[in-house]
Design a binder for this molecule. Structure first.
Ligand SMILES: Nc1ncnc2c1ncn2[C@@H]1O[C@H](COP(=O)(O)OP(=O)(O)OP(=O)(O)O)[C@@H](O)[C@H]1O
Length: 478
């Protein structure tokens, strides 16, 4: 299931709805009410209320409509997930309209998401002196280096970053739980720690607890063994903010899942914030109870993607400043170009280069780095999956012609493998939606989003499909 599907889970898009009663805050003009009605039908009431309920129609000029939203998080989410549907609805109402621009209304920024109850944010306390704050941070299990300030925001992480900031500002309200998912080394843990630290900075009395899911499970087993389960429960169920890393670790651990489920419910009932990370979307975690998955999905799920070149470069520059090491720009550019799959590996490469430079007492050239990191770079190259490679692998597996990956032919026997190839291109490559669409015969990004949603929905319905797709993935990553 992808972002948009998680968002609309449980809502039938075809459902007939009375928007005025469905939307608690219909804004403005007759046009907007008509657009809202169409939009509500196409994306579902829940998604409409959450993302468009506080939006306003600001008119149209030169074929472009303008919609204001209350925050960046709404802007990015709508642009990524609902723009084609919005344009379609608006163009049906306003003749000649071919695009819609989303922007953040200045006076409205900072509002809470629609449908959320009014924040019951504890009164902000005076900030703690930095040494005491640092002690609290460490006692909560947080890494003081993982802050919002040290996190470089790129297109790949803009939405996750905005969601984390929103949670840190108004925890317990709206985005609860916040579920961060994505591949290894992409900054999930970093952002989660940043949330915890920011909450402690703003509200020093909060009881923030960070731990890995593995630690939660081990402590739980130990508590049973020692007959100390009540103490264990008190500790976690009385936290204000619970941050649990790598929840995919719960797979197959039935008793821990049961315990986690009740901890989770207690916290959510008390409107205490829960933030979770996972290396995959909740619905793709195997051997986990459906009721737990539906809890994971009941808040906001956001995905972290691998960073693009400019972001990788910005991360390297930031790290050299933080670590106070001097590395030539040409070397940074070389590393950013060669190491694409995850930020941890990028950091690892920079550490190697910086260590070598400091031991050798000289600055390092690109040629030297190429030699120094030859194993790293080779491994990285073998991890890189291309759209072309995906199209070939899918065509072969589903026995269709390679040419059909870009053709306009629409029988399901061809269209569905093509959609699978788009889905894999989205999850395994760094290409944007537009680039993927281009590589599939000049299709637009809406078609790619639709393909991803379709395949994600079919994964649970079609027996054996998940395994077939996993086999293609493994073949490509080899
Ligand atoms: N955008 C970023 N800006 C600065 N540092 C980053 C960024 N993304 C990741 N990092 C750094 O990369 C390293 C790996 O990040 P992190 O541990 O958060 O990844 P992760 O997604 O939790 O990975 P895993 O799933 O393997 O646990 C950390 O040192 C983190 O500070």
């Amino acid at each position: 299931m992808n972002k948009a599907q998680m968002e609309t889970a449980g809502t039938s898009p075809a459902e007939e709805v009375d928007v005025v009663s469905a939307c608690k805050a219909p804004h403005g003009s007759v046009e907007w009410k008509k657009i809202s009605t169409l939009l509500c039908k196409s994306i579902g009431v829940d998604a409409f209320q959450r993302w468009f309920g506080a939006a306003s129609w600001e008119g149209a000029e030169d074929g472009e409509g303008m919609v204001s939203v209350p925050g960046e998080i709404h802007q990015v989410w709508i642009e990524t997930n609902y723009l084609p549907e919005l344009i379609l609805a608006a163009s049906e109402v306003c003749e000649g309209l071919h695009h819609v621009k989303i922007f953040v209304a200045e006076e409205a920024s900072g509002q809470s998401p629609v449908g959320a109850k009014k924040p019951s944010e504890p009164t902000a306390k005076k900030e703690l002196p930095s040494d005491i704050l640092e002690k609290r941070v460490k006692a909560s299990g947080l890494n003081p280096g993982y802050t919002f300030k040290s996190f470089v925001v790129g297109n790949n992480s803009q939405f996750a970053h905005a969601a984390c900031e929103a949670v840190a500002t108004k925890s317990g309200v709206g985005y609860n739980p916040l579920f961060l998912h994505g591949g290894s080394g992409l900054g999930k843990t970093h952002l989660m720690h940043a949330v915890g630290q920011e909450i402690l900075r703003r509200r020093p009395d909060s009881r923030v607890i960070y731990l890995t899911c593995e630690k939660f499970t081990n402590e739980f087993i130990e508590a049973i063994r020692k007959g100390d389960i009540e103490k264990f429960r008190r500790r976690y169920r009385s936290s204000d903010v619970l941050l649990i890393d790598d929840v995919q670790f719960l797979a197959g651990k039935e008793r821990s899942q049961e315990e986690f489920f009740h901890t989770f419910n207690t916290l959510l009932d008390g409107r205490h914030q829960v933030v979770l990370t996972s290396d995959r979307p909740a619905c793709e975690i195997k051997s986990i109870e459906p009721r737990l998955i539906s809890r994971f999905e009941c808040g906001l799920a956001v995905e972290l993607q691998p960073p693009q070149l400019e972001t990788r470069m910005a991360i390297l520059r930031k790290k050299t400043m933080e670590w106070k090491v001097a590395v030539d720009e040409s070397v940074l550019a070389f590393l950013a170009e060669k190491i694409r799959s995850n930020v941890r590996r990028l950091e690892g490469a920079l550490v190697r280069v910086a260590t070598f430079a400091s031991l050798a007492g000289e600055s390092v050239s690109v040629e030297k780095v190429e030699y120094l990191l030859r194993d790293f770079i080779q491994e990285e190259a073998s991890r890189q999956v291309t759209i072309d490679g995906i199209q070939r692998a899918v065509a072969e597996t589903f026995d269709v012609r390679l040419a059909d990956m870009i053709s306009r032919r629409r029988p399901a026997s061809i269209a569905f493998p093509r959609q699978i190839a788009m889905y894999l291109s989205r999850s395994l490559t760094h290409n944007s939606l537009m680039e993927i669409g281009e590589s599939f015969g000049g299709r637009d990004h809406g078609t790619v989003i639709h393909a991803c949603k379709k395949v994600a929905a079919e994964l649970d319905k079609q027996p054996g499909l998940r395994e077939r797709i996993e086999r293609i993935e493994n073949q490509l990553k080899r």
